[in-house]
Design a protein around this ligand. Structure first.
Ligand code: HEM
Ligand code: HEM
Ligand code: FE2
Length: 453
């Protein structure tokens, strides 16, 4: 850690990790409900556990993005943060917002708009937190006068993510109108501006871990951002097939969303080449595993499994089935959960005391158990989804009759989800087992290896 104020990242990561653990409790609970009987049916039904599961995901991922930005910007701009006080106020407000929203969902206090269920007062707090965050980061960069391309892409992604939350503040009575604008937030987040955030972290990590040439990384980053925009914006139409809007959206959605994986192929190639050139010289090999892993798993979960159901001719059968859950898990995990764990793994030897830069076996177990578990979960959802589509949509069996016939896949989901949860448990244990470092010390092992580039 080169700058004392980078230590705020530790507290953001700590909150993110705690919420990640809680998210899995609600994921396993949701999966168990598919198997029945459900003793919690009247206290904590499926719709409540699922809302909590997905909202915890969004909150912890955004907390992770914020922490990783507070770590990266001082490093890139070579200065202390403009205000650590503001960063802590923001974290306090944000955590209170997240926790009270979850408690509210237990009592059905929410807007019912999938993934954007936060009640209006919570949404306003989210906006305030984003403004504090962007102000703090903006002032830090202004104060230093050093602004890198990597930071630029990251900041553009973060600022656009805040702007795209604005449609979520409005309420529409008409369901078609409501769902039409909902995708401006959700789709343009995950298949647009969040990919820029991921790209920014990825480039930063590759430069630091593999010694990749900054100029080369910057050029790749521009190409990837360009591709994301060309395909991603009109690709929104792959959510407009069956929601009551004009039919011209069908070919537009099919064509542009089918191009989206091109950017993801570019990202995976760029990560792989950077690693090849480095010869794995950096001692923090585990951080490189997470970094390359994120690029490759995104290509699998978002690129391949997104492509698999993006054409109207396929989506008319698979829309809203477990095929969607298959893709949602693999894509979200690869792109956003893994890149945050990459940033944490890179920063942790500096952020905690008594940790060497060399990767430990606990860390590798956490990595591989998560990967194996998530791969198994993806296959469980996929096999359940294929069965569901065939029995329910093609043969016309009732929803519940179909569910009875695909129970085995949910047993597989609970088993693989448990393996995944052990991996996450190990990661969280490894995170918390050593005390945080709150100052810049000579014994920080990273000071010699985290070369300034
Ligand atoms: C990192 C990138 C991505 C993430 C995190 C992601 C995540 C998700 C999630 C969570 C959903 C469910 C949304 C909901 O129903 O509320 C979804 C739906 C969908 N995604 Fe993605 N996605 C990504 C990239 C892609 C790409 C690149 C494609 C196409 C090539 C794609 C195609 C689709 C389609 C067609 C649906 C709608 C499924 C349905 O009709 O039920 N996604 N995605
Ligand atoms: C122990 C691990 C987990 C289990 C057992 C689990 C289980 C589930 C279940 C049963 C659902 C409801 C599916 C439905 O609507 O029928 C769900 C939804 C979802 N989960 Fe998980 N989950 C786990 C971890 C994760 C992780 C790590 C992520 C992301 C990184 C994630 C992202 C999502 C998303 C985006 C949805 C909504 C998908 C949709 O609406 O189609 N889950 N999960
Ligand atoms: Fe989409």
């Amino acid at each position: 850690m080169r700058y004392k104020s980078q230590s705020v990242a530790y507290w953001y990561f700590a909150v993110a990790m705690a919420l990640f653990g809680l998210q899995l409790v609600f994921g396993l609970l949701s999966a168990a409900k598919y198997l029945g009987p459900d003793p919690l049916l009247y206290i904590l039904p499926f719709d409540v556990t699922k809302v909590i599961h997905t909202n915890l995901l969004i909150v912890w991922v955004l907390t992770g993005f914020m922490g990783a930005t507070y770590w990266m910007v001082p490093d890139e701009s070579r200065t202390e943060l403009y205000s650590t006080r503001l960063a802590y106020i923001q974290l306090g407000l944000w955590t209170a917002m997240g926790v009270t929203a979850i408690i509210g969902y237990l009592f059905r206090y929410g807007t019912g708009n999938k993934l954007l269920e936060q009640p209006l007062p919570h949404k306003i707090v989210i906006v305030i937190c984003m403004l504090i965050f962007l102000y703090n980061i903006g002032m830090t960069i202004k104060k230093s006068g050093r602004f890198t391309t990597t930071e630029g892409v990251l900041l553009l992604g973060l600022a656009s993510a805040a702007v795209l939350y604005i449609p979520a503040l409005l309420h529409y009575e008409n369901y078609t109108v409501s769902i039409y604008y909902r995708w401006w937030t959700i789709h343009l987040w995950v298949e647009g501006v969040w990919e820029m955030i991921q790209g920014g972290f990825l480039a930063y990590l590759l430069i630091r871990l593999s010694g990749a040439d900054r100029e080369v990384m910057d050029k790749w980053l521009y190409v990837i951002v360009g591709l994301v925009f060309i395909a991603g914006i009109l690709g929104t139409a792959h959510h407009y097939y069956w929601v009551g809007v004009p039919s011209y959206w069908l070919p537009i959605g099919g064509f542009f969303s089918a191009l989206e994986p091109v950017a993801l192929v570019g990202m995976a190639m760029y990560a792989y080449y950077a690693m090849r050139r480095s010869g794995l010289a950096h001692p923090n090999n585990l951080a490189l595993h997470w970094t390359i892993g994120s690029a490759v798993f995104t290509l699998f979960g978002a690129g391949l499994l997104g492509f698999a159901h993006t054409f109207p001719s396929v989506n008319k059968w698979t829309h809203g089935t477990l095929i969607t859950a298959m893709h949602g898990h693999a894509a979200f995990y690869g792109a956003y959960a893994m890149i945050i764990m990459a940033m944490i793994t890179y920063a942790l030897p500096s952020l905690t005391r008594g940790r060497s830069e060399d990767s430990n076996s606990l860390g590798y177990w956490a990595f591989w158990l998560q990967l194996a578990g998530m791969f198994g979960m993806t296959l469980s959802f996929a096999t359940a989804g294929i069965g569901q589509v065939y029995l329910e949509r093609i043969l016309g069996l009732g929803y519940l009759d179909t569910q009875l016939k695909i129970q085995i896949h949910f047993l597989m989901l609970v088993a693989t989800g448990s393996i995944f949860a052990v991996g996450v448990g190990l990661f969280i244990y490894d995170f918390f087992r050593l005390p945080p470092r709150l100052s810049v010390d000579r014994d920080d092992p990273a000071l010699s290896t985290q070369a300034v580039r």
